[in-house]
Design a protein around this ligand. Structure first.
Ligand code: CA
Length: 121
């Protein structure tokens, strides 16, 4: 098993903490987008970036692989229409995006701060 973190930089608003687990060594070496096929991806990064990270990561996960996203309930604020800050708004949009994405089967754990678990079809 190998683990690779990608695009680690917060200064240019790139992926800050998505991590591939179980990627094969050749994929890491190539680091070509198509070559890097993971079986588990964890997104825990800047919230306005979640949708872009999702778009970038779903194609890179093998069928049967998992995509996890942290903080998707945002302390319950996503259900409060009075909360309209950038992070909360971004997480609402992300949750809608994932719910409508037929490339994955998805559940949201209401434990912790909300954890999306999506299995790639
Ligand atoms: Ca988090």
């Amino acid at each position: 098993m190998a683990t690779a973190a990608i695009g680690v930089s917060s200064s240019n608003n790139r992926l800050t903490s998505a991590v591939y687990n179980d990627v094969d060594a050749d994929g890491i070496k190539d680091s070509g987008e198509a070559a890097l096929k993971g079986t588990k991806v964890f997104i825990d990064a800047d919230k306005p970036g979640y949708a872009a990270y999702w778009a970038e990561l779903v194609p890179r996960v093998r069928p049967g692989g998992l995509l996890l996203a942290d903080n998707v309930l945002w302390s319950g604020q996503i259900t409060d229409p009075g909360v309209t800050d950038a992070n909360t708004t971004a997480l609402r949009a992300f949750n809608d995006l994932v719910a409508c994405d037929d490339r994955v089967e998805t559940v949201v754990l209401t434990a912790f701060d909300g954890l999306t678990i999506a299995r790639r079809r």
